[in-house]
Write a protein that binds this ligand. Sequence first.
Ligand SMILES: *Cc1c(COP(=O)(O)O)cnc(C)c1O
Length: 547
Amino acid sequence: MIRSLNLENSAIAESEIQNRILSLFARSDKAIAAERDMDGYLEAIANEFLQTSKIGSDIALTDLNEQFTDYQIPIEPVDPNDYLNDLTETAIAHSVRTSSPRFIGHMTTALPYFVRPLAKLMTILNQNPVKTETAKSLTPYERQALATLHHLIYQLPDAFYIEHTHNPHSTLGMIVSGGTIANITALWCARNAALAPQADFMGVEQEGLAAALKFYGYDGAVVIGSSLMHFSFDKAADLLGIGTRSLIKIPANEKNQVDLRSLRQTIRDCRDRKQLILAIVGIAGTTDSGGIDPLLDMAEIAKNANIHFHVDAAWGGPMLFSQRHRYKLQGIEFADSVTIDGHKQLYLPMGIGMLFLHNPNLAKAIEKQAPYTVRQNSIDLGKRTLEGSRPATAILLQAGLKLIGMKGYEYLMDWGIEKTWYLATRIEAMPEFERLIDPEINIFLYRYIPEPYRHRAAIGQLTLAENQSINQFNQHLQKAQRQAGHTFISRTTTYTTRYGKNVPIIALRAVIANPLTTELDINAVLQDQLQIAADLSDNTSGSFLTQ
Ligand SMILES: *Cc1c(COP(=O)(O)O)cnc(C)c1O
């Protein structure tokens, strides 16, 4: 039985509660003044947050939990000043300064100033692009933004964009909350198109996966890509009912790319086993190491085999802006679907992923309606998206495209890659470190080699056991650096080094995407690591090194 709430001991009269709540919504002088106060307070906090050089506080994660243990909703509205003080001392005080030029380990980085006031505008307008009745102008505004990026990828003739940009039957792309949802949606479209209605059979959408595979005579369905596919594909395989074991991961080669011979062989094997291949996934910038699959070859293989070709360009897509580097993505223009994250290398805030579709009719395979909202002949965007209600982030996307522009994004891409090569070159010159990859884009992997191993590392003769203790050392190094909070590099485990597929190597992972990161900052990050490594070696009196 559901128990009744005990709100009896409220000290405030009900009429006072009413007044306070209505004053939160009203456009009265008092409410406007209160909003201005809060704005002013937060602006000061924001400036301090963005200007402090330290990346994070050194509080331990478990101690931080202690600050967030109360599970009672306050009975009466809390005073805004008390609320703000608490927010400042807890959530804000221990937030990570992802905008720091010395935070060069993740795909989350600094933002241009204009997104902050525009994000506020987005909230003020509070449009909901699920349907035109709540997003009249933001619907075509979003479709325009998607058409421009579709054009960047596919370069189709003007007539194509004139016909499809605002055609309610066409879907050139969709804005979703992130790359994960974009990848899931791509495979969802591919699945429904591959198992479409035919004759009396109503298709996988209505009949379900088991019936669809049976109707078409398949023993299961798979998705094929390299072992470096983002883990969102595991989520997709699970959700689409094929199971994560049917996500076939071909071991990546030393260039962090899918091996084409294995890909061709895997396709033949699947066909022999009567498995439906829902899609082949190419990666344009692996999350792990920045590797780029041979997209042109993959596109040809997919075309010849009549298989959906999806390119996950969540990170690397904006390289299309660079005259110097866009050739690396050659073949992306033949992809049936492409994922690009706006909240990565378009320098927009969290919550902006995108999926682009070569065939404007493909998304009809996932279309749904509802009598009270998203109607059949409408242009309502919600009928062909996984998400329902969502923020009108097209405001931010259009701002980025206009205020940064082709040349601006080209500059951002080129400089990120140039600085990554600076780091790679520094690492090459320092005996303390080992370079693990040649950077393809602005992601770089390297590791620290403790002194006793340097000679054997230099001649490439480390044993598995030696690599394991070097791994342990690097894991401690990365954690200690993060905990100290002055500089930041992330860490990953790679199987694609010169030590071979069976030797996991813990790598330090640099992602150099902040335009304000200078060579001095990069040097400071390395200096920090040398210092921490020296301390670690002393404190453990070499215990890592003698195992
Ligand atoms: C970041 C990333 C994703 C996932 O995107 P989210 O926005 O985090 O959901 C997928 N694929 C690649 C290659 C990525 O780098």
